[in-house]
Design a protein around this ligand. Structure first.
Ligand code: GSH
Length: 217
């Protein structure tokens, strides 16, 4: 039996962050799919979001709490910097991803890659606004990852696993590709993240390959 249960729909970017963190720590997990907004879901997560983590009697929602719990509760290399400033930078980046990057890059990817698959028109006003916000986000990511660094310093941290799903899928859009080509540090960081074993074994990897194949078709 797996150590941790994640309750979520399978294609949630936040679920993938939690799964990557668990894989980095060597903690086994299984996915129990839920129906969005169902009474069972709302019992686990009063705001009706995903994922929810269950470890024995402990039930947690909010991905930053889940990731921190998994890092602190289990052996394995720490995914949080040891020093106060490094920790602050990790939380700063998690906050930036939650507040600015997720609403922009995740929705951008959906507008460009998912909506067309469903025959739904792309929201051009959103794309226009996003294109005014993305240069700053990409510049900050590029600056933080210069010289082979990770977001919170020399070592990978939970913050990197928050950003990774969003930049990976945004990078499949035409605009995302152009941004990555113009931001070599961010591109190199993405490649470092993709080379990690946690990505190789992640369901996010399968979803990524599917999108790449669809784009090529
Ligand atoms: N603050 C939450 C955000 C989670 C979140 O927005 N998850 C998305 C999936 S990636 C979701 O639940 N979407 C369903 C919805 O908004 O109805 C966290 O950190 O866990």
């Amino acid at each position: 039996m797996a150590t941790i249960i994640f309750h979520s729909m399978p294609d949630s970017a936040y679920l993938w962050t939690a799964m990557l963190v668990a894989a980095e720590k060597g903690v086994s997990y299984e996915l129990q799919p839920l129906t969005l907004g169902s009474p069972e879901h709302l019992k686990l997560h009063p705001f009706g979001k995903m994922p929810v983590m269950q470890h024995g009697d402990a039930i947690l929602f909010e991905t930053m709490a889940i990731a921190h719990y998994i890092d602190a509760a289990f052996d394995g290399p720490s995914l949080e910097p040891a020093d106060a400033l490094g920790q602050a930078n990790m939380w700063r980046w998690i906050g930036m991803v939650n507040s600015y990057v997720f609403p922009t890059m995740n929705r951008f990817m959906k507008e460009r890659l998912v909506k067309p698959l469903w025959g739904i028109e792309t929201d051009k006003a959103f794309i226009e606004t996003a294109l005014t916000q993305l240069p700053l986000q990409m510049r900050l990511i590029d600056e933080a990852t210069a010289g082979g660094k990770f977001l919170a310093g020399d070592c990978v941290s939970i913050a990197d696993f928050f950003l990774f799903p969003h930049l990976l899928f945004f990078g499949l859009t035409d605009e995302g590709k152009a941004f990555l080509e113009a931001h070599g540090n961010a591109m190199a960081w993405l490649e470092r993240m993709m080379a990690r074993q946690s990505f190789a074994q992640s369901p996010m990897n399968e979803a990524y390959r599917l999108f790449v194949a669809r784009n090529a078709a």
